[in-house]
Ligand binder design. Structure first.
Ligand SMILES: Cc1ncc(COP(=O)(O)O)c(C=O)c1O
Length: 394
């Protein structure tokens, strides 16, 4: 094993950055890389290819020399297409000129939103267990994440629990539904109760809706549909999951002009604009590919049912996901930390899943299984998990 040489200037690097935790997912994938023959159910991205017509639009954009900067906020026709899409699908209404920014994936959308809304010393309330991409961005903005324990309410943030978590320092509530890693979403009644609590407070909402096209029951609802919250909310979305476009890096922010105007400055000086080629591909996805997500959603639904049926047959408690493409079974009966469980699963039967603790300490006692894999891969994975559980139980 080689030891990194510590440079004398290392201590001068920004302590805020040095203290950021390496994501538990990354720590675990480093471990998994030592087992190249392992079967992995860890990836949080579609296993489908980007739709052909979208790829062609990207190629055409290069051929047409659309390889220069676009407007900082993105191509106006793409912003319009994004606004039209959320209007038609989710009844969200935004002006393409003043309320939409095209970003480098949902990740950069989250970054510019949080850096614009937060000040040092402020607090962000978010339900846990939760996607590990939020906490570092909150901390880089000098704020503190406050995790609300959602384990006893089926991983759903309740209005009551939210109310208890709000303090004078709360600047923002982050809603991550449909949820990675739990697959839960909130219904309109639950959102209405949350909206009623938030309407009484001067706080912003960031609503990460990147999985909105992958909802299996009901349809997707956004907190920004509530008139009294629309102007304090930043809605985050993008094409990574809906159109199998993770590598193209296209995300969106939808927010009222007074927020968009300020976020645009952060975006302008950190990214200038999203990739021009990707923006043309995104335009094609949103204008001629509104139906692209449907067959993928149908496939994920069948895979969800396959995995949940197998987990239940193995006796692992699991909340059936209503959206996204993850399940989060309870492994607490084995009295192993989620990292120890996942490490043994990997070493003993060569199956990689993500330890629940990667999703905040509230994810302990669970593992995350992605079902964005072909059914035969999922079946092989479930066979390995079953043999491991049999071994643990005997
Ligand atoms: C909840 C959530 N938000 C945001 C992202 C990042 O999306 P993007 O690839 O568009 O940056 C992910 C990626 O896995 C995610 O799971």
């Amino acid at each position: 094993m080689t030891h990194p040489i510590i440079h004398p200037l290392a201590a001068l690097l920004n302590p805020g950055v040095r203290e950021l935790e390496i994501s538990g997912i990354r720590r675990f994938s480093t471990l998994a890389a030592q087992y190249p023959d392992a079967l992995s159910l860890t990836l949080g991205q579609p296993d489908f290819a980007t739709p052909e017509h979208v790829k062609q639009a990207g190629c055409q954009a290069i051929a047409d020399n659309h390889t220069v900067y676009t407007a900082n906020a993105g191509l106006l026709k793409l912003r319009q297409a994004a606004a039209d899409f959320v209007a038609a699908r989710y009844d969200l209404h935004y002006d393409a000129n003043t309320e939409v920014i095209i970003t480098n994936g949902a990740t950069q959308a989250l970054d510019i939103a949080l850096r614009t809304l937060l000040v040092p010393g402020s607090e962000v309330v978010l339900p846990g267990p939760v996607y590990p991409g939020y906490e570092p961005l909150v901390r880089l903005a000098g704020a503190t994440p406050v995790f609300v324990d959602t384990r006893s309410s089926g991983f759903r943030l309740t209005a009551q629990a939210l109310k208890q978590a709000l303090t004078a320092r709360t600047r923002c509530v982050l809603l991550p539904y449909p949820s990675n890693p739990t697959g839960t979403l909130l219904g309109t009644d639950e959102l209405a109760e949350i909206a009623a609590v938030l309407a009484e407070r001067e706080v912003f909402v960031v609503s990460d809706e990147i999985y909105s096209e992958l909802v299996y029951t009901d349809s997707h609802h956004s907190l920004a549909q509530f008139a009294n919250l629309r102007n304090s909310t930043v809605v985050i979305n993008g094409l990574s999951k809906s159109h199998a476009m993770t590598g193209w890096r296209i995300g969106f922010t939808f927010a009222p002009p007074y927020i968009t105007e300020q976020m645009l400055k952060v975006h302008q000086y950190s990214a200038a604009c999203a990739s021009s080629v990707s923006q043309y591909a995104a335009l094609e996805a949103l204008t001629h590919g509104q139906a692209d997500a449907a067959p993928m959603r149908e496939a994920y639904l069948q895979r969800r049912d396959l995995v949940c049926a197998r987990l239940r047959a193995m006796g692992l408690p699991v909340t059936v996901p209503a959206g996204a493409f993850y399940v989060f079974p309870d492994i607490s009966e084995f009295n192993l930390s989620s990292f120890a469980f996942a490490a043994r699963l990997l070493a003993e039967v060569r199956l990689a899943v993500v330890p629940g603790a990667a999703f905040s300490p509230l994810g302990e006692g669970h593992v995350r299984i992605s079902y964005a894999y072909a059914p035969e891969v999922l079946t092989a994975g479930m066979d390995r998990l079953e043999s491991f559980l049999t071994r643990l139980r005997t």
